[in-house]
Design a binder for this molecule. Sequence first.
Ligand code: FES
Ligand code: FES
Length: 156
Amino acid sequence: MAERFRLTVNGTESELEADANTPLLYAQRNDLELKGTRFGCGSGQCGACFVLIDAHPAPACDTPLWAAAGKRITTVEGLSKGSEPHPLQHAFLAEQAAQCGYCTSGILISAAALLAKNPRPTEVEVRAALDRNLCRCGSHNRMVRAVLRAASEIAP
Ligand code: FES
Ligand code: FES
């Protein structure tokens, strides 16, 4: 049965009507036209669909609307400040860190959460923060370099 939900995504409030168990990812992509978050495994295992929920990386594929309502949600589209990309986005380009790019939005979300609480992480800490994100192209080492590069620009 459809219910009404109020979502706050990237600082904008929206109302939508859907079944309470609809995954947040479906609402993002189908109702809010936010297509940057990817569908990978659909079961909380790969990290492709990660968004920030109250500043914590979480799988949007495995978060029902009833659990997302009333929380502060940030998708990859919300990482930039207006037209200015997030330092991580600059660094990913500079390091050519994405190959096919399918995992990239989820990895940017995990990395952004890390840098928000630890602006100068060690390589070990970066690898631990990205541990829940799979990259089928094997680009992890370039991504780790990109996160360290962004960190050095944020907190020189
Ligand atoms: S698609 Fe959500 S964790 Fe894999
Ligand atoms: S760049 Fe292709 S899955 Fe990560």
